[in-house]
Design a protein around this ligand. Structure first.
Ligand code: SUG
Length: 446
């Protein structure tokens, strides 16, 4: 019997990480606009999180950052000349455009793609669809590179299948795994998929003040592309009140692992009905629902602390599941008290580990945003086509690489700096060799 596990592929923070306040509806991104960012600290915080999961006995993977500033988009927009000339001219003409093309938003790999593991797909392969991320301009440029990276890591063929991002722009907005939950008895068993959307493609959605980034139609298309059994898939609209409170992805108000669903009581309009549907689709496998009442954790605290943007994991060495939480949860009175009570309650979640991922949190990305979950068998892992599974050696090389190339200070005003671009492209050249990922980037250097 093959051994299955859920592997977390964490996105590495990029060298141009900064706070430009680009994401409308993402409260943290707006709040920290203009702050000085520390890409080096951000990348090292991410590597510490990866190390912690590895220390817990988990198989941990990594996804590289993309090339930023994205010069090839500027070329497509009509800028000409060398990379340096293009950057200087574009920054002079339109600094906001350059800021959008410099974001390190690819670190939030929960938005990289939607993944259907092999047991849930009709053809028994693992399916990947890069998210089109059409809702935010700075993220809408991610999908082609993401597709190339995933194809290098999981070679198309008998085990892995790759699809094009859903076409149709904002109407067919898709934000990937951040809105996708998979329930199962064990990772290698057939599971039930729950996709959470914010609006219909052609609806006005007058009840939303912030964008509903995920559409019902894109969810349907992904299930169809992946060949998911219609009896094993569920679709539900996120509570518009939660989107308006700043929960721009469902992983800000819920998280699941195996047969446990941990969610805020206001995440969905009719949670009791939803839980009934999930249990029905799961059949004999008994679900455990952990509903967090608003009376204990107000929605505003859930959004500011990112309680639900935690990773819920089953570790080999511990009884009960573990939550990997951002330190902000420990610093917020209501969420700290709730988590203390939860782990003492004798329920399915019995451990809470806090991690400092503050550089990412200030842009609205917690522990769960930083990882793409892929359920894989040992044979699948052996068939991977790159050096993307974390080992002590790889962690050591990546720490050295970050310290060699990353600045400890980047402000929005630095984004027109040609040397920052050059430093990043040099770093990425080296990274493709460390990760043995091949030519996945768009920049071309002499
Ligand atoms: O898409 N922030 C990201 C955060 C993504 C979080 N992901 C999950 N919840 N899964 C976003 O809003 C801010 C970038 C800036 O403002 O510079 C940003 O893109």
């Amino acid at each position: 019997m093959a051994n299955w596990q859920e592997v977390n592929f964490d996105g590495l923070v990029g060298a141009t990480h900064n706070y430009a306040g680009l994401s409308y509806g993402n409260v943290a991104s707006a709040k920290h606009k203009g702050m000085v960012a520390n890409p080096r600290e951000g990348a090292l915080q991410g590597l510490d999180k990866m190390q912690h999961l590895r220390d817990l006995g988990m198989t941990q993977g990594i996804l590289p950052p993309h090339d930023r500033p994205h010069i090839s988009t500027l070329r497509n927009l009509g800028f000409t000349g060398t990379d340096a000339e293009i950057l200087v001219n574009a920054y002079r003409a339109n600094p906001a455009l350059v800021a959008n093309l410099s974001s390190s938003s690819t670190m939030w790999t929960a938005n990289a793609a939607t993944v259907t593991p092999a047991p849930d797909a009709a053809d028994g392969r693992t399916h990947f669809t890069p998210a089109n991320l059409a809702a935010m301009y700075h993220r809408s440029i991610e999908a082609p590179t993401t597709g190339r990276i995933l194809a290098a890591m999981f070679p198309e063929g008998g085990r892995f299948a790759h699809h094009a991002p859903i076409p149709g722009g904002v109407h067919m907005g898709d934000e990937g795994a951040a809105n996708h939950n998979r329930f199962c008895a064990d990772y290698g068993e057939v599971g039930v998929s729950l996709f959470v959307y914010g609006r219909g493609a052609f609806e006005k959605a007058d009840d939303l003040t912030y964008p509903g980034r995920q559409t019902l139609e894109s969810c349907h298309s992904i299930f169809a592309q992946h060949g998911v059994n219609p009896h094993k898939m569920l679709l539900v609209r996120q509570n518009p009140a939660a989107i308006n409170a700043g929960a721009f992805h469902n992983d800000v108000v819920s998280v699941c692992n195996k047969n446990v669903f941990f969610y805020h009581e206001e995440a969905f309009e009719d949670p009791a009905f939803l839980c009934e549907q999930i249990q029905k689709a799961m059949g004999d496998v008994e679900m455990q629902f952990v509903k967090v009442p608003a009376a204990k954790v107000p929605m505003a605290d859930a959004v500011s602390s990112y309680l639900f943007n935690s990773q819920l994991i089953s570790t080999p060495g511990r009884d009960g599941m573990t939550l990997i939480l951002p330190t902000e949860v420990e610093e917020t009175a209501s969420t700290k008290a709730y988590v203390d009570e939860l782990v003492a309650s004798g329920g399915p979640i019995s451990n809470a580990d806090y991690m400092d991922v503050r550089q990412s949190m200030r842009n609205g990305g917690g522990p769960a945003c930083l990882r793409l979950r892929v359920a894989l068998s040992d044979d699948d892992i052996a068939a991977m086509g790159s050096n993307s599974i974390i080992t002590d050696d790889l962690l050591g090389s990546l720490r050295t690489w970050v310290k060699k190339h990353y600045r400890d200070r980047v402000m929005p005003e630095d984004l027109g700096d040609v040397s920052l671009m050059e430093e990043n492209f040099t770093a990425l050249d080296e990274l493709t060799q460390i990760l043995k990922i091949g030519s996945v980037y768009d920049f071309q250097r002499a």
